[in-house]
Design a binder for this molecule. Structure first.
Ligand code: 13P
Length: 250
């Protein structure tokens, strides 16, 4: 049976001391969340070591990105091994903000995913269409292509360490959430695309998160959908109370 997960993506928010306080607040409230719901916080690279020091085993740590090279002359980049050495268990890859502003291509994501998995990191791979693509009715095709271009390069075994996050770009930070029907139909489609390559069992065991203006007021309806296994939370993850309330919405 696949795992339910609520992951917070802090993006480029909080200083290190603020991030440590936020992490402590999440840990303090995490006991209220049923054990079958995984909790993850994804922090800026600068915060990983300090946040790792205040997390317990209940709340896992993630990076927001890692490099497409192992080491060397790549100024400003952070490798999967560096992320792993902080105590992080996960990295987000392919967030739409990385794709949109930093030229992250599916080809680069294949490399990044390979390196992250080789280091023993779990990968939260983000996919999702933008507004123009949705309005043109291309949302199924866009998500399908992103999944195929990246994940079809991996094995069923690798899929045990990969979580997919569907984040429609038009819903991120806009306050405009996908309806539970809109989200569910894409999640179901993603699962079908995974089943076509890896078989139904692997597809059924893969956690698929929804992200995009997910908050305490709408999480319950989203998480009630058959193929929505939790959330990747941006803005609402910056408040421990809201983050935990979302995690209590299954
Ligand atoms: P918001 O929850 O702020 O819309 O962000 C979603 C997101 O991008 C999480 O990765």
């Amino acid at each position: 049976m696949r795992k339910q997960i609520v992951a917070g993506n802090w993006k480029m928010n909080t200083t290190v001391p603020e991030g440590v306080e936020l992490a402590k607040a999440v840990v303090a409230k995490a006991a209220a969340v049923p054990a079958n719901v995984g909790l993850i916080v994804a922090t800026p690279a600068t915060h990983l070591t300090s946040v790792a020091a205040v997390l317990d085993s209940r709340v896992e740590l993630s990076a927001e990105n890692c490099a497409d090279h192992t080491s060397g002359a790549y100024t400003g980049e952070v490798s999967a091994a560096m992320v792993k050495s902080t105590g992080a268990k996960w990295t987000i890859l392919g967030h739409s903000e990385r794709r949109q502003y930093y030229g992250e291509t599916d080809e680069k994501l294949v490399e990044k995913t390979k390196l992250a998995l080789a280091e023993g990191l779990g990968v939260i791979l983000c996919v999702g269409e933008n507004l123009e693509q949705r309005e043109a009715g291309k949302h199924f095709d866009v998500c399908e292509a992103q999944i195929k271009n990246v994940l079809y390069n991996f094995s069923a075994e690798d899929m045990k360490n990969i979580v997919v996050a569907y984040e429609p770009v038009w819903a991120i930070g806009t306050g405009k959430t996908a309806t539970s029907e809109q989200a569910e139909e894409i999640h179901a489609h993603i699962r079908k695309v995974l089943a076509a390559k890896f078989g139904q069992t692997v597809a059924d065991d893969t956690t698929i998160l929804y992200g995009g203006s997910c908050k305490p007021s709408n999480a319950k309806e989203l998480f009630a959908q058959k193929d929505i296994d939790g959330g990747l939370i941006g803005g609402a993850a910056l408040k421990a109370d809201d983050f935990i309330q979302i995690a209590l919405s299954f």
